[in-house]
Design a protein around this ligand. Structure first.
Ligand code: CMC
Length: 388
């Protein structure tokens, strides 16, 4: 096989050079375009981070205002696209509906779908960012049988997404603000993570010079899997299962450690982080802030804390360097905000969108980029005869 080496899951293969995101998995460091994730989480907004990832620099005040106004001005969906979403199966998973809707944007906006034309790529970038929240909220309301809510351009990006989703149900302006800030922070923390499965997918699809909409739709489908973005839904289902079985975390951990069971501790472990996922620390603090406002301790959050504590004291997990990842605590926050588990991965997609776009655009301009075409080591039969 000459130069070909076996590398399942591309664990040791760099498929590109990139200037977008830096991760040091041993040290638990994550930076977007050089800025530490903690600083961005504290000081910036999701739209600033989206701009940073896509354009390489933080926007100045005027640039941010223009960017934000353009996004808001483009938030409404064309009538045919609304009709199309409303005709999708109501009991379909929201991630399936989301991937479908984004794929059709190449048809609804055919005049922005040419990947060879920079102006069209810029327009597609704007439309995707502007409309994904509108699409996601419409899908949510469709699946619960509620009338859709149209965008209100006077509201901020995240505020309006929450309003289109829930219709301003929280009642108090203070709670609305808290949830909008929490949502914004969660989107920042999910915005990019270099060559993860969905981003690698976007790049692979884009490498054939397929368009941005189709590449992003492919990323959405990759994100849906339970080992990737689907883990946030799986974590909450796991916590509910433990609660319903009486809340015994040790019994559950025994099952996880028994390889025969096929059960994994969801929200734990990471291909790159062999230390705390820096995002999980931020999310844990946010969960504490949001859930500690209640009079009663939140049952599932308490359970997650206990589960984490027991796992981190267990050599099975420490020997394998398995720590909580980004998905371990995000679900309890989404649940508190009123999202059903089936929407969790959609929220991940809203956050990851600027990362997907940034990578697709980086690859498009990379003179070293080639079509993605991995090799294999053939282990099937040698030549045999049809007649024999
Ligand atoms: N629970 C129990 N054992 C685990 C887990 C876990 N969550 N994760 C890894 N292991 C074990 C695995 O069985 C293996 O053990 P051994 O060496 O005895 O065979 C060892 O740890 C190494 O695991 P691996 O499967 O080779 O690791 P990987 O890099 O291929 O997989 C992962 C990474 C994230 C898919 C995996 O850790 C996992 O399945 N975690 C649970 C799902 C999850 O939380 N995914 C979200 C990832 S972060 C955000 C995102 O991408 O969406």
């Amino acid at each position: 096989a000459g130069m070909v080496t076996l590398d399942p899951g591309f664990a040791n293969t760099a498929a590109c050079q990139s200037r977008i995101t830096y991760i040091d998995g041993e040290a638990g460091i994550l930076r977007y375009r050089g800025y530490p994730i903690q600083e961005l989480a504290e000081r910036s907004s999701f739209l600033e981070v989206a701009y940073l990832l896509i354009h390489g620099e933080l926007p100045g005040p005027g640039e941010l205002k223009d960017f934000s106004e353009q996004l808001r001005a483009n938030a409404a969906l064309p009538a045919e696209m609304r009709t199309m979403i409303d005709a999708l199966p109501r009991d379909g998973h929201p991630m399936v509906l989301l991937g479908t809707a984004v794929n059709t944007m190449a048809a609804f906006y055919a005049d922005t779908a040419d990947p060879g034309d920079s102006a069209q790529v810029d327009r597609a970038t704007m439309l995707l960012l502007a409309q994904l929240p509108t699409v996601a909220a419409r899908i949510y309301r469709h699946t619960i049988g509620e009338e859709p809510l149209e965008p209100d351009h006077s509201l901020g990006y995240v505020e309006d997404f929450l309003r289109m989703t829930f219709g301003g149900r929280n009642g108090s302006a203070e709670l609305d603000r808290l949830y909008a800030r929490a949502m914004d922070l969660l989107l920042i923390l999910h915005a990019d993570h270099e060559q993860n499965c969905s981003t690698a997918t976007v790049r692979v699809v884009g490498s054939s010079q397929a368009g941005l909409y189709g590449s992003v739709a492919s990323g959405i489908n990759a994100l849906f899997g339970p080992l990737h973005g689907g883990a946030n839904q799986a974590v909450l289902e796991m916590l509910e299962e433990i609660r319903d079985a009486g809340g015994d975390v040790d019994t559950y951990l025994s099952k996880v450690k028994d390889k025969e069971s096929g059960t994994r501790l969801m929200g734990f472990g990471h291909r790159v982080y062999k230390n705390f996922d820096p995002r999980s620390k931020e999310i844990k603090e946010l969960a504490a802030e949001i859930l500690d406002r209640q009079d009663q301790p939140d049952e599932l959050f308490e359970l997650a804390l206990r589960l984490e504590g027991r796992a981190l004291a267990d050599s099975y997990f420490t020997d394998r360097k398995l720590y909580p990842n980004v998905d371990f605590y995000s679900g309890v926050i989404y649940r508190e905000m009123g999202f059903p588990t089936s929407m969790f991965t959609v929220l991940f997609a809203l956050g990851r969108l600027p990362g997907w776009i940034a990578h697709w655009r980086e690859q498009r301009l990379d003179p070293a980029a080639r079509i993605a075409r991995p090799r294999q080591l053939y282990v099937g039969p040698t030549q045999r005869s049809y007649a024999g």
